[in-house]
Design a protein around this ligand. Structure first.
Ligand code: ZN
Length: 488
């Protein structure tokens, strides 16, 4: 066996760096021992990672290109270990003097008989060779080493560790993630493309790129009877998660931070190009991810339904209060009264201890804001601001273009052009809008009171009262202005 057979292809660059890089680095050698149920690859991975991070150099002038190894096939006690014997004789002859020996873990040196380890300590000590495991612990004649020697006799203690390294290596090699469940778009184990599902993904991606909202795509799929493998309809969150998944462009990510070629790649980021079939090209993948991240609001963008959501917060835990209902005490006839309330909700991360009558709260804020508008100095010269309507006009352009694309009147490139152009204008207008002092959405007290546009009413209230806390008082839902907390 040659060392090329031991080092996985994915680590060849690392190996070259360890051998040919800066020659002033502390020289080391590796010792690998393959036992039943184990492999060289994960030992190599761990030792290479350790050597790189500690600034070591692999001394290729000794051993087999700097490596000593044993391929234990038998589980019997008196196994021949030519690699280990060669290592020991090189240590004794002084050939490895001043070098480090790196092993993945202590039990590579000796698992069964502690006498082997004792002998090892004596010889390495005499020959000025130090030994480290891949976590950086020095293996020497001390208590820890003794305890580990005892522990490592129980195979199970190290299995988890080994499996973790194996998973990392699979990721670096770009192998498909191991999974017991079938991923949408693929057959089990990413072996082949499930064409029906892949078609769904490709269509959805196209529509997102064309400017459609995820919710409208979901609605359309529901109408067409396109459902998840479990029979449930696709929701916005499903589609968003699927379309962002790099696996569809055969890009491999890892669930933890991982070190590749001396660089730490944070969890969830691309580690390697995968070897399984792709449903999107990389460009297609990055394109849709960019659009989805820019348009987070698409998923939820709807007219506000309730006057005070986003304004009221729980004064106990600062969670935004939501609109909902709550049942009161039982009447004599067994029925319960349903109260509509603003409340702090546990599912939204709140404490759940505050709920107040919605109608009373809304009436109170309408009156309060009405009075506040009346107190304002009369606007002699009406502020004319066309920015808002210009934004709406540009948005309309996009909508028209999307419709035209759907009707096959324009192609995707034209749509993209129109969209980009209009979006740029909208962004500029929004910036201008922010810089200018804004008139109230409803700047006349009477029209505020009469308005049927909850969104505008709410925006007007918010200009006076951006955030208002609501305190917990007793069990009921009755509202009193004393319960409100207005920030300074
Ligand atoms: Zn709360």
């Amino acid at each position: 066996m040659r060392t090329e057979d031991i080092f996985p292809e994915a680590l060849s660059e690392d190996r070259a760096y360890l051998i040919d890089g800066d020659m002033s680095r502390q020289p080391c050698v590796f010792y690998f021992r393959k036992s039943i149920g184990d492999d060289f690859a994960t030992q190599v991975l761990r030792c290479v990672q350790y050597a790189r991070s500690s600034g070591l150099r692999l001394d290729a002038s000794v051993g087999t290109d700097g490596v000593y190894y044993d391929d234990d096939k038998s589980g019997s006690k008196d196994i021949e270990r030519p690699g280990y014997n060669k290592l020991m004789s090189d240590i004794m002859s002084g050939e490895l003097s001043g070098r480090f020996v790196i092993v993945r873990d202590q039990d590579r040196l000796s698992r069964r008989e502690s006498s082997v380890l004792e002998e090892y300590h004596v010889i390495t000590d005499l020959s000025k060779v130090r030994t480290f495991d891949s976590s950086g612990r020095e293996i020497k004649d001390d208590v820890t080493t003794g305890i580990i020697a005892v522990l490592s006799r129980s195979e199970s203690k190290i299995t988890g560790h080994r499996q973790r390294a194996r998973k990392e290596l699979r990721a670096i090699q770009g192998k498909a993630p191991a999974s017991r469940v079938k991923r949408i778009g693929y057959t089990l184990g990413y072996e082949a493309i499930d064409w029906e599902e892949a078609k769904m993904l490709r269509r959805a991606r196209k529509k997102v790129v064309a400017g459609r909202s995820l919710s409208s795509i979901c609605n359309e799929m529901r109408e067409q009877g396109v459902v998840k493998p479990n029979g449930k309809p696709y929701f916005v969150t499903d589609l968003s998660r699927l379309l962002r998944n790099p696996a569809y462009a055969a890009l491999r990510v890892f669930t933890r931070d991982i070190e590749v070629e001396g660089r730490v790649i944070p969890k969830g980021e691309v580690v390697a190009r995968g070897s399984w079939p792709r449903i999107f090209t990389e460009d297609e993948h990055y394109e849709v991810v960019e659009i989805l991240s820019k348009n987070k609001s698409w998923a939820t963008e709807k007219a506000p339904k309730h006057l005070l959501t986003g304004i009221l917060v729980c004064a106990e835990c600062a969670t935004k209060m939501a609109y909902g209902h709550k049942y009161g005490k039982k009447h004599k006839d067994g029925t319960k009264k349903r109260h509509y309330v603003y409340r702090c909700q546990k599912p939204r991360g709140g404490c759940g201890s505050v709920s107040r009558n919605a109608d009373a709260l809304e009436k109170f804020f309408i009156q309060l804001t009405y009075k506040a508008i009346k107190r304002l100095p009369v606007v002699v010269e009406k502020v004319v601001d066309t920015t808002g309507s210009e934004i709406a006009r540009q948005q309309g352009k996009i909508d028209d273009a999307v419709q035209a694309f759907k009707d096959d009147r324009i192609d995707i490139a034209t749509l993209a052009d129109i969209r980009q152009d209009a979006q740029k204008k909208i962004d500029t207008l929004r910036k201008e809008q922010k810089a200018k002092p804004q008139p109230l959405p409803l700047d006349d007290a009477e029209s505020f009171l009469k308005s049927k546009d909850i969104g505008k009413q709410r925006d007007t209230i918010r200009r006076f009262f951006p955030v208002v806390g609501v305190k917990a008082v007793g069990q009921g839902v009755r509202f009193h202005p004393d319960q409100l907390v207005f920030p300074e």
